[in-house]
Write a protein that binds this ligand. Structure first.
Ligand code: FAD
Length: 407
């Protein structure tokens, strides 16, 4: 039996941050990872560039039932402290449109810096190691693994959620978290593509276009986003859709009717559109409508808008009256997509749901149910928007857990 001050399950950003912060305080730390290598998910973050955090930070950028909890965490280990922590790992950062990246712009340098810091802090890392048994004891926890038994004074669980399970976060640790008395709120994919049965999607497959999007829940406007929309044959993707995905999926699962409307001409008001159309139609009466609209939007969007307006692809501008003009306006500025589903955890960047925040102290991440147990990262029920918020959550909760467990 190996005795240690702290045993951490899960070597993702949350578990590795916890390990470094605890070991730097002098604690003996063992880090158990069931994958072949630590921090695998970091490699795919930010399209390989790793969007570490964001200039704008606060609870508004998280989906949570307890914003005060998130606020406390982000104050106790803030973005600026996180950047200082990264400098202590040898990683300098820069900011692009508010998004913060490592200077190298390479996620692998972040993973590498974590690995070096773990070894410099003398953290004992056990890869390809599964937890096979867990028992709370008077002096801590007895943890059985397939590479031997541990007696740990404190235990930190940082096993991630269910997103991108190929990187290791496969949900296998939840059996142990539950066995220690915790609840796990329904876990759903977030930051993921949404499905729609709209023919518009099929006709515009592969197009990327700037648009203003609105999310509607049972007919009421929920939120709006502007950015690059990606149209795919089965639905919608891209930054604005990812931002909608967490509430859209949860409300969809609750049986609500979810719709998204797209304005493909957010820079053109309705009156300006009318002026544009009349001028263009007068100048080029023999051109097809789709051809004329291709002056404003990508050709596939123009052609799909003509179909959505109920017009033939060959109809020329000269044949369009006031009514058709309004139908085209609707197709381009109020195109509607009914949500019919969403992609699975395989394609998701994060998880909504998890261990309720009410069961954990925001100052220390210690469990209120099982003293000596700490929880950090994506396994907690708070999910960030796109833009570095999920990694910041992993770093802040991991750091606080490591500090507190080492006391
Ligand atoms: C493609 C992609 C891109 C992303 N890009 C960004 C981005 O740019 N910015 C951002 O902020 N967020 C991004 N995210 C989200 C972010 O990566 C995660 O929210 C973050 O990694 C969560 O950290 P974590 O340590 O809690 O969990 P994870 O990173 O999932 O790590 C958990 C670790 O625990 C291990 N583990 C699980 N179960 C067990 C067990 N039973 N025993 C032992 N070990 C176990 C896993 O193998 C894994 O190594 C992205 C996610 C994906 C999938």
């Amino acid at each position: 039996m190996r005795s240690t001050d702290i045993l951490i399950v899960g070597a993702g950003p949350a578990g590795m941050t916890a390990a470094i912060s605890a070991a730097r305080q002098g604690a003996r730390v063992c880090l158990v990872e069931h994958g072949p290598e630590p921090g695998k998910k970091i490699l795919s973050t930010g399209n390989g560039h790793c969007n570490l955090t964001n200039v704008q930070m606060g609870p508004d950028f998280y989906h949570t039932s307890d914003p005060a909890f998130v606020q406390t965490v982000l104050e106790l280990f803030s973005r600026d402290q996180t950047l200082g922590f990264f400098r202590s790992l040898g990683i300098w950062t820069f900011e692009k449109n508010g998004f913060v990246y490592p200077r190298s712009e390479a996620a692998k340098t972040v993973r590498e810096a974590f690995c070096l810091a773990l070894s410099e802090a003398k953290v004992s890392l056990f890869t390809e190691t599964n937890v096979t048994g867990l028992r709370p004891e008077k002096r801590g926890f007895q943890v059985r693994t397939d590479h031997g038994d541990f007696l740990a004074r404190k235990l930190i669980f940082a096993p991630g959620g269910l997103a991108a399970p190929k990187t290791g976060s496969d949900g296998s640790a939840y059996i142990w978290i539950k066995s220690l008395g915790h609840r796990v709120d329904q876990m759903l994919p977030a930051l993921v593509q949404l499905h729609s049965d709209s023919t518009f999607c099929r006709e515009t497959d592969g197009v990327r276009v700037q648009a203003q999007l609105k999310l509607w829940v049972d007919g009421k406007k929920w939120e709006s986003q502007t950015g690059e929309l990606q149209l795919v044959s089965y639905g919608l993707s891209g930054f604005p859709i990812f931002q909608f995905s967490s509430p859209a999926i949860r409300l969809f699962e609750e049986g609500k009717q979810i719709r998204i409307t797209a304005d493909f001409l957010p820079w053109l008001g309705e009156d300006e559109w009318k002026t544009w159309w009349q001028t263009a139609a007068l100048a080029f009466p023999q051109r097809t409508v789709a051809g004329l609209l291709s002056g404003l939007v990508p050709p596939k969007v123009a052609a799909a808008a003509v179909t959505a307006a109920g017009l033939s692809n060959s109809v020329t501008a000269a044949r369009i009256g006031k009514e058709e003009e309004n139908l085209l306006l609707n197709a381009l500025k109020r195109q509607e997509f009914r949500m019919t589903g969403y992609n699975s955890f395989d394609r998701a960047q994060t998880t909504s749901g998890g261990v309720p925040l009410s069961e954990v102290s925001p100052q220390t991440m210690e469990s209120k149910i099982c003293p000596g147990l700490y929880l950090a990262g994506e396994c907690l029920n708070a999910d960030g928007r796109c833009g570095g918020y999920n990694l910041q959550w992993a770093f802040s909760t991991g750091y606080l857990a490591g500090q507190a467990a080492a006391r």
